[in-house]
Design a protein around this ligand. Structure first.
Ligand SMILES: Nc1ncnc2c1ncn2[C@@H]1O[C@H](COP(=O)(O)OP(=O)(O)OP(=O)(O)O)[C@@H](O)[C@H]1O
Length: 594
C-alpha cells in the first residue's frame, strides 16, 4: 500500500496547500477579518463579566453591572455575525478546492472512457463510471476534511489570542498561572501530532481494507462455496480484522497523549487558578478578574483546544489519505499525457493510443506455497494463453493442478510473480469463471441455478439458457426435471447431473476465460468430450484441468505440471520431450472420436 503520509508526500501536500491558500489573498484577508470579530467576542465575554462584578454588582451598582452584561451580549451578537461570515469565507476557500479536484477526477474518468476505444465495452464504461463515482466521493471527503482543518485551527488561534489579551488586560499575573500549562499542553500536542496522525491513517486504511474484503467476499459467496475456498476466505478475513484491531489498539494508546495535552493545556489552568486564588488576590487581582479568567478558560480556551486536539488528528489524517489517493488515481496514470496530470486541464482531444491486446491469461514467475515454511507447489511458472487458446493441464495427483486453477481464478494469491487475466489482476468474476470438481447446485429453479454467475444485473433469455444446456449435453436432464422453471433439489441429482448444470452455467456467462477443474469428472467419457467440445467452440479461452488424459488431445497446448520438469507444448511436442507425459498417455486407450 502506498505510504500517503511519507515525508515527501506530506511535504508535497503542505506545499500544495500553502500554494492554494496564497493564491487566494482576498479570501484569506476576509477570513482573518471576520475571525478577529469572533475573537473580539471571546475577549468581551470575560472582560465584561469582570467589569460587571468589580465595577457593578460587588460595589452595589447593579445598573453598571447590567450595562456591562449588555455589552457582553452585544459582543456575543457581533461574534455570531463574525462566525456566520467565517463560514462563508471558509466555503469560498473549500469550493474552489473541490472544483479543482472534481475537474481533475472527471477529466481523468472521461479520458479513460475515450481511451478505452471508440466503442467502449459496457464493462469499460461501468468501470470508468465507478472510478469517477468513488473519486468524487473522496473529493467530498477531502473538501469536508479541509474545511474542518481550517475551522478548528483558525478558531483556536483567534480564540486563544482573544482570551490571552483579555487575561492580560484583567491582570498580567493571571498569565503567569495560565500560560505555562497551556504552553506545555500545546507542546505535548505538537510533539505527538505526527505519530498520532500516522496511527490514525493506518487505522483508516485497515478499516477500508476490511470493508473492501467483506464487500468482495459477499459479492463472491457462491464462487467461494463452489470452489471450497471458505477456509481461505475465513483466514483472510480474520487477518484483516486482526490488522484493524492492532491499528485501533495503537491509535488508542497514542490517543492518551491527546487526553494529556487537553488536561495540561485546558484543565490544569482552571485548577491552578482556583488553587492560586489567594496568591492572586494578594497581588491585587480582583474577584471579578478571577471570575473573568475562569470564563475565558472554561468557555473559550478549553472548547477551542478540545476542537483542535480532536479535529486536527482526525481531519488531517483523512485529508492526507484522500489527497494522496486522488493524486495516485487512476493506476494507469503513467500512460496519461503529462499535461493531463495538472488539475483542471481538460482531457486531450487527439486520438488516444490504441489499447494493447492482452492475452487471456498470463503468468509470470508464479511461485506458490501454502504456508511460509511449506515447500512451494508451483515454482517460477511462466505461461501465456491467447484470447482464443485452449489449454489442458495434466500431472500426477498433488502436482498442483487445482492450486493453479485457484491462482488463475484469483482465489489464491501467488507467493511471488504475477497472474493477469485479460491484462488485469484476476479479481473480477466478470473476467473468468471457474467450475470446480465439486459442482455447486442450490435449491431453486433451474433458471436461477443457470443464471447465478451472470454479471450483476445481467440476465439470459430462455432461448440462450436452453441452447447452453443443449451445448453441454444437459438438455435431456432439464427436460426430465420439467424445464427451466422446475425446482432443483441438489440431493436428488447425481454428481454427474450436478456437473452438467454447473457446466451449462459457466457456458452461459460472458466471461472471456473459462476454467474447468475436473468439472466433468463424474461424466462418462463421451459426455465429458461433448461438454469440452462445446466450450472449445465457445468464444474466449479455455483451461481444462484434465481428469482424463484424453482432454489433452483436444487442446491446442498442454501444460504438464511436474515440479521442476514442468513443460508446456503441443501433444506431439510433449510426447517427444516429456517422459511424464509419455507415461501418462501410455495407458490411455482412445475411445471413438466425435
Ligand atoms: N489448503 C491446502 N493447504 C495446504 N496444502 C494444500 C492445500 N490444498 C492443497 N495442498 C497441497 O498442495 C499440493 C497440490 O495440491 P492440488 O490440489 O493443487 O493438486 P492436484 O494436482 O490438483 O491434485 P489432484 O489431481 O489429486 O486433485 C498437494 O501436495 C496438496 O496436499
Amino acid at each position: 500500500m502506498a505510504d500517503h503520509g511519507g515525508g515527501d508526500g506530506r511535504r508535497g501536500l503542505v506545499a500544495a496547500g500553502t500554494r492554494f491558500l496564497l493564491r487566494r489573498p482576498r479570501v484569506l484577508v476576509a477570513l482573518a477579518g471576520w475571525s478577529v470579530l469572533e475573537a473580539a467576542h471571546t475577549f468581551a465575554l470575560g472582560f465584561a463579566l469582570a467589569r460587571a462584578l468589580d465595577d457593578g454588582f460587588l460595589r452595589g451598582r447593579p445598573a453598571v453591572g447590567l450595562w456591562w452584561l449588555a455589552a457582553a451580549v452585544c459582543g456575543l451578537l457581533a461574534g455570531a455575525l463574525g462566525t456566520s461570515r467565517v463560514y462563508r469565507s471558509v466555503a469560498a476557500l473549500t469550493e474552489p478546492l473541490r472544483d479543482a479536484l472534481v475537474r481533475r477526477v472527471v477529466g481523468r474518468g472521461l479520458y479513460e472512457a475515450v481511451a478505452g476505444g471508440n466503442t467502449p465495452s459496457g464493462a469499460a464504461r461501468a468501470g470508468s463510471s465507478s472510478v469517477v463515482s468513488r473519486l468524487t466521493h473522496q473529493v467530498e471527503i477531502a473538501r469536508d476534511s479541509f474545511a474542518g482543518l481550517v475551522m478548528v485551527s483558525r478558531s483556536f488561534v483567534f480564540t486563544a489570542v482573544g482570551a490571552l489579551a483579555g487575561l492580560f488586560l484583567l491582570a498580567p499575573a493571571l498569565l503567569v498561572v495560565v500560560l505555562p500549562p497551556l504552553a506545555a499542553g500545546l507542546a505535548v500536542f505538537a510533539l505527538t501530532l505526527r505519530p498520532l496522525a500516522r496511527r490514525q491513517r493506518m487505522f483508516l486504511e485497515a478499516d477500508e481494507e476490511l470493508a473492501g474484503e467483506v464487500g468482495r467476499t459477499f459479492a463472491a459467496l457462491r464462487d467461494v462455496t463452489a470452489c471450497g475456498a471458505e477456509e481461505r476466505v475465513r483466514r483472510t478475513g480474520l487477518l484483516r480484522i486482526e490488522t484493524e484491531r492492532r491499528a485501533a489498539d495503537a491509535l488508542a494508546r497514542w490517543s492518551v497523549f491527546r487526553a494529556l495535552a487537553l488536561g495540561l493545556g485546558g484543565r490544569l489552568p482552571v485548577v491552578l487558578l482556583l488553587v492560586m486564588a489567594p496568591w492572586l488576590l494578594a497581588r491585587g487581582v480582583t474577584a471579578g478578574a478571577l471570575a473573568g479568567a475562569l470564563t475565558y478558560l472554561t468557555q473559550a480556551l478549553l472548547p477551542a483546544l478540545q476542537s483542535l486536539v480532536h479535529g486536527l488528528g482526525g481531519a488531517g489524517a483523512r485529508l492526507a489519505v484522500v489527497i494522496g489517493r486522488l493524486r495516485e488515481e487512476p493506476q494507469p496514470g503513467a500512460a496519461l499525457p503529462r499535461a493531463q496530470a495538472t488539475p483542471g486541464t481538460p482531457p486531450p482531444t487527439h486520438a488516444p493510443e490504441p489499447e494493447p491486446v492482452h492475452p487471456a491469461l498470463e503468468l509470470r514467475g508464479v511461485t506458490f506455497a501454502y504456508g511460509p515454511g511449506a515447500e512451494p507447489v508451483l515454482r517460477g511458472l511462466d505461461l501465456v494463453l491467447p484470447s482464443d487458446g485452449h489449454l489442458t493441464v495434466v500431472g500426477p495427483s498433488g502436482a498442483g493442478k487445482s492450486t493453479l486453477a485457484l491462482l488463475v481464478a484469483g482465489l489464491l494469491a501467488p507467493t511471488a510473480g504475477t497472474v493477469r487475466v485479460g491484462g488485469e489482476p484476476p479479481t473480477s468474476v466478470e473476467r473468468r469463471v471457474l467450475i470446480p470438481q465439486e459442482a455447486y447446485v442450490f435449491s431453486g429453479s433451474v433458471r436461477d441455478n443457470l443464471g447465478c454467475l451472470l454479471p450483476a444485473g445481467g440476465s439470459a433469455t430462455d432461448q440462450r439458457m436452453l441452447a447452453a444446456l443443449e451445448a453441454v449435453g444437459a438438455g435431456e436432464l432439464v427436460r426430465r426435471l420439467g424445464g427451466l422453471r422446475a425446482i432443483v433439489e441438489p440431493r436428488a441429482l447425481s454428481s454427474g447431473e450436478r456437473q452438467l448444470l454447473a457446466l451449462a452455467r459457466a457456458y452461459l456467462t460472458p466471461a472471456p476465460l473459462v476454467l474447468l477443474d475436473e468439472a466433468g469428472s463424474q461424466l462418462d467419457p463421451a459426455a465429458e468430450e461433448r461438454a469440452e467440445h462445446a466450450f472449445a467452440r465457445r468464444p474466449g479461452a479455455l483451461v481444462v484441468v484434465a481428469h482424463r488424459i484424453s482432454s489433452a488431445l483436444r487442446a491446442d497446448s498442454v501444460l504438464v505440471l511436474d515440479g521442476v520438469r514442468t513443460r508446456c507444448g503441443t501433444h506431439a511436442e510433449l510426447l517427444e520431450h516429456s517422459p511424464l507425459y509419455r507415461d501418462l498417455t501410455a495407458h490411455w486407450v482412445p475411445g471413438p472420436r466425435r
